[in-house]
Design a protein. Structure first.
Length: 172
C-alpha cells in the first residue's frame, strides 16, 4: 500500500471479521491475475480484563483487523448486529479478462437474487461489482448506437460476459 493512502474503508461485521478478512485475502491471492499486496496486516483482540460497555467478557474476540486487497487498505471490526451492509456501498473489481470475471464471481457471489449487471452480494452481505476492464470502452464509446447496444446487453446480464457484450457492440 502506498504511504499516501489517506482514506481507508472501514467494514462493520457482526462477529465474523476474522473469517471475512481471511476469506477476502484468500480470494484475491488466488486470482488468475495475481493481485499484489493482498494480506492481513494486523488483528487486534480483546484481552482479559478489558472493560467494555455492558460488562460482556470478550477475551480473544476481534476488535479490529487491518488488511489489504490488491494494495487497497481496509479496516474491519466486530461491532455486533447493529449495522448491516447494503447496496449503497460496493467494491468495484476491474478484471483483466473473462477468466478473472468468472473467478471472482464464482468465489464471491452468495445471494443469487441480488445479482444484476455485474453486481453481486457475498456471504457476509457486502456488495461487489465484478467488471471487465473493457466495460468503459464499450459503454462509453463515441458511437452511441454501439454503446447503447452493449449497455442493453449488460442490463440483461447477471454476471458480465465479455464475448456477449462485444458481440452486441459489434453487431450494432
Amino acid at each position: 500500500m502506498s504511504d499516501t493512502q489517506q482514506i481507508v474503508p472501514s467494514l462493520w461485521f457482526d462477529k465474523e471479521t476474522e473469517e471475512a478478512v481471511n476469506f477476502y485475502v484468500s480470494v484475491f491471492n488466488g486470482s488468475p491475475h495475481k493481485r499484489p499486496d493482498s494480506r492481513i496486516i494486523s488483528i487486534t483482540r480483546y484481552e482479559k480484563g478489558m472493560e467494555v460497555p455492558g460488562g460482556e467478557e470478550l477475551e480473544g474476540k476481534v476488535i479490529t483487523a487491518i488488511f489489504e486487497l490488491g494494495g487497497q487498505r481496509f479496516m474491519a471490526l466486530d461491532g455486533g448486529p447493529i449495522f448491516k451492509f447494503n447496496e449503497a456501498v460496493s467494491f468495484y473489481v476491474e478484471c483483466e479478462d473473462q477468466e478473472e470475471v468468472d473467478y471472482f464471481w464464482n468465489r464471491l457471489s452468495a445471494v443469487p437474487e441480488a445479482e444484476a449487471c455485474g453486481w453481486l452480494k457475498d456471504r457476509f452481505g457486502l456488495s461487489w461489482q465484478i467488471v471487465p476492464k473493457q466495460m468503459g470502452d464499450l459503454l462509453g464509446n463515441p458511437d452511441r448506437k454501439k454503446a447503447l447496444a452493449a449497455t442493453n446487453a449488460m442490463l440483461k446480464m447477471k454476471k458480465l460476459v465479455i464475448a456477449d457484450l462485444q458481440k452486441a457492440f459489434d453487431e450494432a
